[in-house]
Write a protein that binds this ligand. Structure first.
Ligand code: ADP
Length: 637
């Protein structure tokens, strides 16, 4: 996701330091007060209560040295202290009248007595200190702890965090967003509206209050939202859906309220809510209710209804799981416009590469079309990353400009990670990995009767691949025939088939292939209507299209079992086919694998040369067009 540079947040960061020092100060104060009272008690010594009779008998026995009478209490200092290190005093309550007591004390010459009249001011202060101060201290501490927990002060629990993400000018324009022409087009009128709301309102046109940007991660949803703000020169308020939802019910709702209040003051402006599914999840109760989220959502709905679109407030929200959103959010008058920001196509990828290479020095070898062809499926953030990696590689190699070779290397780095030089495969492992990768490539070569790969390598990579095949990509495909899918299944299982044929055992390296093959076989049976048994019956539906594209079965348990059998059979047939192809071409398999074990990398040309030699085929004429690689099969750790 895009990061939101902001200054306000920095300012906010000073807060906790101050709070901490206040907290430490208050704690010290408390400890000191407790300490003082403790020590004064020690030095003051003990004060014990005695009965009035005991007091009288002490007077009789001449055990009293001094008497202080105050507020109906008699404090007695004995003539002899029981403990010579601590002063002990006694107290009792006045029972007889004051005059009678004075008369009684007058009788004892040796006893000094004092009548104290309390001073109302001192009494008040002492009460305040003894009662109010600890209460105030406790209250202060409580507030600070609450604040530390991120809940604001007691009155303003959950003050809006949105302010921290405000950008007055995003500085991003539509020119920075490439390959999303349809999305830009739908947002262009919104920009126009923010520029000049009057133009639309005079004619009576109402503009959407909100637009939902839907697409896989990294395709430029945040970037597009910023570009809308940048084009319209309006402030950009951005928040992530999860920022709203807190532990306490009602906090999120209050944040939504604050956010809208703030935004209204700054209208025209844009509010961008990233990952809106965090609050906008359907309230139908799947997976247990969440009061806080529901309240936040309700507040958002209420706010969206509450403002006049003519004020120039526009809400953009991004999600990659539109199917989980509450229908109330999607109804007209709220996020009624849906802008699809999908993976870029070939031309889109070229454009994105160009946008990001704007400030990068390139040499004459660079051909973005080739790179775009070999990165089918990559999203904007991948491509941006590739350009940057290529520039870093060029610097590392001491060159002044990025070359095509750097770019290809960067593609590999982004897709399969860096070369892991310290991972040394044992000779046996190298053999297995080589045969595995050649198995994939040879099966494809035999099926297509053409150069199947650009490159096979068995240099381990940091993202877990021990070896991989870079296929020659064809033009971008939007449709696949059943035959093609079946050939792909055989190709996926070619690696494992080679292992079994050559080593008569199998390894863990095929996990990724098996996963892909099974997914495809399952989709053929349940979604594409390509099995004879079920025909055109749809048995699964796709969930989270923009994330992992997981399919969920929608059939009875018995049918699910049958589906499993069908998938198993399809995979079995493909595996047998792969084994047949490789057994029939064992010599080519051995020769090419040998070459790979020795050299670690084999190009498509070298591959085909050995293949033709073994098969006794003539060398074809040189063609002009260079093939472009694309990474497909890889052996997993
Ligand atoms: P999303 O919000 O869809 O997950 P972002 O907008 O955060 O993706 O994209 C991340 C980064 O990828 C952007 O900052 C930008 O550098 C790059 N990027 C993504 N899509 C595009 C695009 N269509 N054109 C140019 N750059 C893009």
């Amino acid at each position: 996701m895009g990061n939101n540079p902001n200054n306000n947040r920095q300012k906010k960061n000073n807060g906790p330091k101050n709070k901490q020092s206040i907290l430490v100060f208050l704690l010290c104060l408390m400890v000191t007060l407790v300490g003082i009272s403790f020590f004064t008690n020690i030095f003051k010594g003990d004060t014990k209560e005695i009965t009035y009779n005991k007091f009288l008998s002490m007077l009789e026995d001449d055990e009293v040295d001094e008497v202080v009478i105050q507020n109906g209490t008699i404090t007695i200092t004995p003539r002899e202290q029981p403990d010579k290190y601590r002063e002990t005093k006694y107290y009792t309550h006045v029972i007889e009248s004051g005059d009678a007591l004075v008369e009684r004390l007058e009788k004892y010459d040796k006893v000094t007595y004092e009548l104290q009249v309390p001073d109302p001011a001192t009494e008040l202060i002492s009460n305040l200190v003894t009662l109010m101060l600890p209460t105030l201290l406790l209250f202060g501490l409580l507030m600070l702890f609450m604040r530390k927990m991120g809940k604001g002060n007691l009155m303003g629990v959950g003050k809006n965090k949105a302010k921290a993400y405000v950008q007055k000018e995003t500085g991003v324009t539509f020119r920075d967003v490439a390959g999303q022409d349809e999305a830009k087009e739908s947002l262009q009128e919104v920009v126009d509206f923010l520029h000049d709301p009057g133009k639309y309102t005079t004619i009576g046109a109402k503009l959407p209050k909100g637009a939902l940007l839907v697409g896989p991660p990294g395709t430029g949803k945040t970037l597009l939202a910023k570009a809308v703000a940048g084009e319209a020169h309006v402030p950009f308020f951005s928040l992530s859906g999860s920022d709203f939802v807190e532990m306490f019910v009602g906090v999120g709702a209050s944040r939504v309220r604050d956010l809208f209040e703030e935004a209204k003051k700054n209208a025209p402006c844009i509010i961008f809510i990233d990952e809106v599914d965090a609050i906008g999840k359907s309230r139908d109760g799947h997976g247990g209710g969440n009061d806080e989220r529901e309240q936040t959502l309700n507040q958002l709905l209420a706010e969206m209804d509450g403002f006049e679109a003519s004020k120039g407030l526009l809400i953009l929200a991004a999600t990659n799981r539109p199917e989980v959103l509450d229908p109330a959010l999607l109804r007209p008058g709220r996020f009624d416009r849906r802008v699809i920001v999908d993976r870029p196509d070939l031309k889109g990828r070229v454009d994105i590469l160009k946008v990001h290479a704007k400030n990068v020095s390139l040499d004459e070898t660079v051909d973005f079309d080739e790179i775009a062809l070999s990165t089918s499926g990559a999203v904007g953030s991948d491509l941006a990353n590739m350009i940057n990696e290529a520039a870093i590689l060029a610097v590392k190699h001491g060159r002044k400009a990025v070359s095509q070779k750097d770019l290809f290397e960067a593609v590999e780095v982004v897709l399969v990670g860096k070369e892991k030089k310290d991972r040394i495969l044992s000779p046996e492992e190298r053999r297995i990995v080589s045969y595995h990768e050649v198995g994939h490539a040879l099966v494809s070569a035999l099926q297509k009767d053409a150069e199947p790969v650009q490159k096979i390598t068995i240099v381990p990579r940091t993202m877990g691949a021990l070896g991989y095949v870079m296929q020659v990509p064809e033009e971008e495909k939007y449709l696949n025939t059943k035959k093609e899918l079946e050939a792909m299944l055989v190709g996926y299982l070619g690696g494992r088939a080679a292992e079994e044929i050559v080593f008569d055992t199998v390894t863990t390296g095929a996990a990724n292939d098996i996963e892909k093959a099974t997914k495809m076989a399952r989709a053929m049976v349940t979604q594409y209507g390509m099995s004879r048994k079920f025909g055109l019956m749809g048995l699964a539906s796709q969930q989270s299209k923009y994330l992992d594209g997981r399919a969920v079965l929608e059939c009875g348990d018995d049918t699910a079992t049958e589906v499993d059998h069908e998938v198993m059979e399809l995979l079995h047939k493909s595996y047998e086919e792969a084994k047949r192809l490789l057994t029939e071409n064992r010599e080519a398999l051995d020769k090419i694998a040998e070459f790979l074990i020795e050299k670690e990398t084999i190009t498509g040309k070298e591959f085909m040369k050995i293949f033709r030699q073994v098969k006794g085929l003539p060398e074809p004429e040189e063609t002009e067009k260079k093939p472009v690689p694309r990474i497909t099969e890889k052996t997993q750790e």
